[in-house]
Design a protein around this ligand. Sequence first.
Ligand code: PAF
Length: 295
Amino acid sequence: MEVLRTVDDMQVHADGARQEGQSLALVPTLGALHEGHLALVRTALEEADHVTVSVFVNPTQFGPDEDYDDYPRDLEGDKEKLKALGVDALFAPPVEEMYPYADDESRQLSGPLAWVGVDRLDETLCGAYRDDHFRGVTTVVTKLFHACKPDIGVFGKKDAQQYVILKHLVEDLLFDIDIVGGATVREADGLAQSSRNAYLDDAEREQATVLYEAVTAAREAVEGGEQDAQAVVRAMDTALATAPDAEVEYAEVVDAHTLQPIDHLAPGEEVLAAVAVYFGDTRLIDNAFVQVPTA
Ligand code: PAF
């Protein structure tokens, strides 16, 4: 496995693979890889000849009060896991490589000058609570796409809003890249795998299954014929209320393509039931994409 630290080296490497006629996949990650990430890598290995995984804790998608400094980092451990799976390249640029003058005080800059963003899609769900988070994601993913030049990008559907936004990004801005979504990988009790689960104490970890129970309740309500979005939200709220330490940020049902709120679930449409919950300082999310039955 090649370990590449600069955009130039990554581009030369990707050009080489492409000249050999290989199809290329990129799996962007923040690192601290767990089974959820490795499942995405396995999907990429099935879908393309050459797989790059990027490990980059992207500062522009963390708010000032968020866990950028404390976010788990384990590049050596990540390397071993990726080598064992047969990944071709690991792209792990330092921050200055991705944002060369982001902290250049002499030029009075405290961030990039060019951004990539979406409209409306980032105003609901997590976007309503995490200012500029998705602008940071769409900007860094665009840069990673230019560095790694993939045919496909593989992203977890656990980050449902990110997944939907990136699908619109490549479509609206004519990137010649397909976004492939990987199913959420769960612990035996249903908790979605996340690097942030490591922050939970025992009592919080036990209660954290309510996120899965809430989105499962939403799925069952919709599949059972419920067409009133508020009734689906009530089913989620009831599940979440069983965890005494859960601070619910949101529990919502939105259109799965526009991410806009809906009142009525139209037969044949796809909806997204999504929750964000704090346990102490730890923020967890989960979701379910559900097809509204036609009869
Ligand atoms: O989902 C993530 O891990 C990040 O948001 C991503 C896509 C790697 C961009 O930094």
